[in-house]
Ligand binder design. Structure first.
Ligand code: CNA
Length: 459
C-alpha cells in the first residue's frame, strides 16, 4: 500500500454489484421528479450526525486550481510540461522528478499561487464548513493539498490531509520544519532552500556540488523514464547558493508526492472513524489514486454513499483489496452529477428548507438521468439514483472507454518496507496494511495481537 497507487481509469464492472445483490440495507431515492429525489437525498443527509467526506481536486476547480484528470481542463491534458522542464505532466508531483530538479514543481506552485494563501474557497468548501457548523461532520479526508477546507472554516481537527498540504514544509537535508507563513515567503524564490544555521561543524552547502539534492532510497525511485533532451530548463540543476553556515537543503512542502508513503496516522484515524461514520459523501474525485480510493469500499456496507461529481466514478471493493477482480464494485446510493458547487448549493437549500428562487435557480435545470436516454448505459449505477445538474458529464457512463484499470500498482510491505513482488498478505480489518511473504509469518502474530485475519493476493 505504501505508495500512492494510480489506477488509471474508471472501470465498468459488467452486471450486478455487491451492495445491490447482497440485499444490504440501502438508501432508496424516493420520488418521481427531480425535485422529490433531491429532497430525498437532502433528507438522508439531514438525519446524519457523523458524515465522512472524501474529496478531491474537483471541489477546487472553481477556485481556479485545475484538477489532474478532467479531459477538458485537467492538468494532465493541458500542462505545458515541456516548458516547465518535465518529461510528462505526471512528473510534476513525482518524488523522483522533484529530487532530480525541484524547479518545475516550485515554478508551478508560484504560478498557481498554491502557497500564497490568496485563493478563496469554493461554494463546495463552504458547504463542508456549513455541515461542520451543523455538527453533522465527522471527518473530511481530503486528497487536496490546497488547504481550502480549513480556509472555508472547517475545524482543523475534522480535516485529514491525506496527501498533506502547504501548511508546512520540511528541509530535505536537515529535516528542519517550516510553518506556512515562512513557506509563503520562501515560495517566492526559484527553489526555496533551508536557511537554518548548522549547529556544529560539518557539511556546509556548497553551490558547486549537489550537496543538497534529496536522498531517496533507490527502491522508492520511480521507474518512469525521462528524456534527456527536454527543454529550456533541462540544464543540470544545482542548488542555489546559501549563506555560509546555513543548511542549504531543498525545501519540500509537506505534501505526499507519487512514490511516497502516506502517513500511518491516516489509516489509524480512518479505522477509528469506521465505527462512527453514518454517511459518506464523495466529492470531486476520480477515485483513481489509492489507497484513499479504497475508503469507499472500506466503510461498513450500511453506510449510505453519495457521489457528487461531474461524472460517474467507480471503485473496486476494497475490503478484499483485490485489484484484479472485475466484479467487485461498490456502487453509490445516489449520484448527483454536475459541478459540485451547483450540487452542494442545491442540497443545502433543500436541507435548509429554503425555496427562495435565487437558491433554486442553480439546479432548477436539474434533470433525472432517465430523461437523458442518449447512449447505452454501461455502468451498474441504477438510473433512478442519478440526478443531473449543470456541468454533468455522462460520457463515462455511456461510452465503453475502459474495461480495466492499468495495474500500475506498487505495494510495499508495512513491516520491512520493501516492495512486494509476489504474494501480498492484506489485513482484512485495517484500512491499509500489507505484508510480504517473509514478514507475514512473524508479524501476523503481533499485528493487533494476532486477532486480524489476512487475505492473500498476488501482485
Ligand atoms: P482527479 O483525478 O483530477 O479527478 C478530479 C475529479 O473531479 C474528476 O472525476 C472530475 O470529473 C471531477 N471534477 C472536476 N471539476 C469538477 C467540478 N467542478 N465539480 C464536480 N466534479 C468535478 O483528482 P483527484 O482528486 O481524484 O486525484 C487525487 C490527486 C489530485 C491528489 O493527489 C491531489 O493532491 C491532486 N490534486 C490536488 C489539487 C488541489 O489540491 N486542489 C489540484 C490538482 C490535483
Amino acid at each position: 500500500h505504501d505508495n500512492i497507487l494510480i489506477i488509471s481509469s474508471v472501470v465498468d464492472s459488467g452486471s450486478g454489484s455487491n451492495r445491490l445483490n447482497n440485499n444490504r440495507s440501502m438508501f432508496q431515492i424516493q420520488g418521481e421528479t427531480f425535485d422529490k429525489r433531491l429532497a430525498s437525498v437532502a433528507d438522508l443527509i439531514s438525519q446524519k450526525k457523523n458524515i465522512v467526506v472524501l474529496c478531491g481536486a474537483g471541489i477546487s476547480v472553481s477556485c481556479g486550481i485545475p484538477d489532474f484528470r478532467s479531459k477538458d481542463n485537467g492538468l494532465y491534458n493541458n500542462l505545458n510540461y515541456q516548458e516547465l522542464g518535465l518529461t510528462c505532466a505526471e512528473d510534476l508531483f513525482d518524488l523522483n522528478a522533484f529530487s532530480e530538479d525541484p524547479r518545475p514543481f516550485w515554478k508551478f506552485v508560484r504560478t498557481n499561487n498554491f502557497a500564497s494563501g490568496k485563493i478563496a474557497p469554493s461554494t463546495s468548501h463552504l458547504f463542508l464548513a456549513w455541515l461542520d457548523e451543523q455538527q453533522m461532520l465527522l471527518r473530511i479526508y481530503t486528497q487536496n493539498i490546497d488547504g481550502l477546507e480549513q480556509s472555508a472554516g472547517v475545524d482543523e481537527d475534522k480535516i485529514v490531509y491525506a496527501h498533506g498540504s502547504f501548511k508546512g514544509a520540511t528541509c530535505m537535508k536537515c529535516k528542519a520544519k517550516y510553518q506556512s507563513s515562512e513557506l509563503r515567503l520562501m515560495s517566492k524564490q526559484e527553489v526555496p532552500v533551508c536557511h537554518r544555521r548548522i549547529a556544529k561543524k560539518g557539511k556546509i552547502s556548497d553551490n558547486t556540488a549537489k550537496t543538497n539534492s534529496i536522498e531517496i532510497p533507490p527502491e522508492r525511485r520511480s521507474s518512469r523514464k525521462r528524456s534527456s533532451n527536454n527543454n529550456s530548463m533541462a540544464e543540470e540543476f544545482y542548488p542555489p547558493p546559501v549563506e555560509q553556515g546555513c543548511c542549504g537543503g531543498i525545501i519540500k512542502p509537506n505534501i505526499t508526492f507519487f512514490g511516497e508513503k502516506l502517513e500511518s496516522t491516516i489509516s489509524r484515524r480512518l479505522e477509528e472513524d469506521y465505527k462512527k461514520a453514518d454517511a459518506l459523501i464523495v466529492m470531486g474525485t476520480s477515485l483513481s489514486v489509492a489507497p484513499m480510493s479504497k475508503l469507499v469500499g472500506f466503510l461498513p456496507d450500511n453506510v449510505p454513499r453519495i457521489l457528487i461529481n461531474r461524472d460517474i466514478v467507480q471503485v473496486m471493493k476494497s475490503s478484499t483489496q483485490n485489484y484484479k477482480k472485475q466484479d467487485e464494485f461498490c456502487l453509490f446510493d445516489a449520484c448527483l452529477l454536475g459541478n459540485c458547487d451547483a450540487v452542494t448549493q442545491a442540497i443545502k437549500a433543500k436541507m435548509s428548507n429554503r425555496d427562495a428562487k435565487s437558491e433554486y435557480e442553480h439546479y432548477h435545470s436539474g434533470r433525472l438521468v432517465t430523461d437523458n436516454n442518449n447512449g447505452t448505459w454501461l455502468k451498474n449505477q441504477p438510473r433512478e439514483s442519478v440526478l443531473l445538474f449543470e456541468g454533468a458529464l455522462l460520457s463515462a457512463a455511456t461510452k465503453e472507454e475502459a474495461t480495466l484499470p492499468a495495474q500500475n500498482v506498487v505495494v510495499h510491505c508495512d513491516h520491512c518496507e520493501n516492495e512486494i513482488k509476489d504474494q501480498i498478505f492484506c489485513c482484512k480489518i485495517c484500512f491499509d496494511f500489507d505484508l510480504c511473504s517473509l514478514c507475514y509469518p512473524k508479524v501476523k502474530l503481533t499485528h493487533a495481537d494476532g486477532k486480524h485475519e489476512f487475505t492473500i493476493e498476488s501482485t
